[in-house]
Design a protein around this ligand. Structure first.
Ligand SMILES: Cc1ncc(COP(=O)(O)O)c(C=O)c1O
Length: 382
């Protein structure tokens, strides 16, 4: 599918003149519309969408999602604090974190948020501190998926969740402390474009769910992907929503109770709503590359360097220029600071404004001030 830039050339010039570059640009309306589309795609009425705020923690975007009706998924005590500051009540916040210290675990428990306990030890600690309470647990059913090994969060290689073979021991600990397992959660990986992987993992978790008689909710995690490459097909969320709803309704009927269906998408809700605007600062030729240097680097958008990810690049100020095969490199002092190799772009000239598309998820939040270069400013449009 042909990609369209998030902002026009004229808008890019205006924003660059006003705020400088590099600049993260978001469109609130795209986030709101994407949320609405996803919610409408899931006919099961008792559904909750927990936005995984690790993908983008911008306060205005959080407010947009809260107003649209979203709940919020957090993965650290800092994110819980952020969610509370953004006005989400504890009853609409979930929390999932591996390898927490006991002190952190108990501090989060006192906030009254829904905690997806990630290990038998987390269950023991909560059991000892709050005997007789209701808990949620994260299960690793043995299945994972995702765009890179670093983001596959299910299966035997993954550090996350209580491995399914430990369920008997989990049930023993639950009895020991008089706990009730009121919910299950899983998250198998990120940027899944094949709905079948999601549905397969869902069925696996539903199989495990039969062993827990007191459930109120089941959370199937996030991972919904977006098409970063023009040739990739977007996830058919309507078809996925229909399949998930039907499978869940069938499960609930057999289970004997209508449970809450939860999902935790991060990327899907924000990736396409954001882009990174940068200026071309230099050109250089070697026998291997025609380099285009820009005033940003992997400290601002790490996905290409970290996962080999593709981000579409627009030359907003010379869109009709003759196409050249160029290698777009950042300004960080590392040779791996490359955004794209041998990419056909309309002739980038010094001073042109380039837009790195689909940078709304895992962009700014994964940034750093490496090389003592501060993180870019973020601007929210509409
Ligand atoms: C526990 C949990 N839930 C949800 C998400 C959101 O994932 P995504 O942005 O791929 O939807 C993540 C991200 O890895 C996660 O770790």
């Amino acid at each position: 599918m042909e990609k369209k830039p998030l902002i026009s050339g004229a808008e890019a010039k205006r924003l660059a003149a006003k705020y400088g570059t590099p600049l993260y640009v978001y469109r609130q309306s795209v986030v709101a519309e994407t949320y609405r589309r996803l919610r409408a795609a899931i006919p099961y009425p008792k559904t909750r969408i927990y936005y995984a705020c690790k993908a983008n923690a911008n306060a205005k975007l959080l407010a947009t999602l809260r107003r649209a009706g979203a709940c919020i998924e957090t993965v650290s005590p800092g994110e819980v604090a952020l969610a509370l500051r953004a006005g989400f009540p504890p009853s609409r916040i979930s929390f999932t974190c591996s390898n927490l210290s006991e002190k952190e675990l108990l501090a989060v428990a006192k906030k009254g948020v829904r905690m997806h306990l990630d290990s038998l030890n987390q269950v023991r600690r909560i059991g000892a501190a709050f005997p007789g309470s209701s808990i949620f647990v994260r299960i690793n059913t043995g299945l994972g998926a995702g765009h890179h090994s670093h983001v596959i969060t299910g299966g035997p290689e993954s550090k996350f969740g209580i491995y399914h073979t430990d369920i008997p021991e989990l049930l023993r600990i639950v009895r020991e402390y008089g706990l009730t397992v009121a919910g299950l959660e899983q998250h198998i990986g990120s940027n899944i474009l094949d709905a079948r992987a999601f549905v397969r993992a869902m069925r696996n978790l539903l199989e495990s769910a039969k062993r827990f008689p007191d459930l109120e909710a089941i959370d199937f995690g996030g991972g919904l992907g977006i098409p970063y490459r023009p040739e990739e097909k977007p996830l058919d969320v309507r078809a996925l929503g229909a399949r998930v709803s039907a499978a869940f309704a069938k499960f609930c009927k057999a289970y004997g109770r209508e449970l809450e269906l939860a999902i935790e998408p991060g990327r899907y809700l924000v990736a396409e709503a954001g882009a990174l605007l940068a200026e071309v600062t230099d050109r250089k030729e070697t026998t291997a590359h025609s380099f285009v240097g820009v005033d940003t680097g992997f400290n601002h958008l790490v996905r290409p360097m970290m996962y080999g990810s593709y981000h579409h690049i627009f030359n907003l100020t010379n869109p009709r220029g003759k196409k050249e095969s160029v290698t777009v490199a950042g300004n960080i002092c590392e040779s791996g600071d490359i955004f794209a190799k041998h990419r056909a772009l309309p002739a980038p000239r010094i001073g042109d404004l380039l837009l790195f598309a689909d940078a709304g998820a895992y962009g700014y939040v994964m940034g750093s001030d490496y090389n003592q270069r501060p993180r870019p400013r973020e601007i929210v449009l509409d």
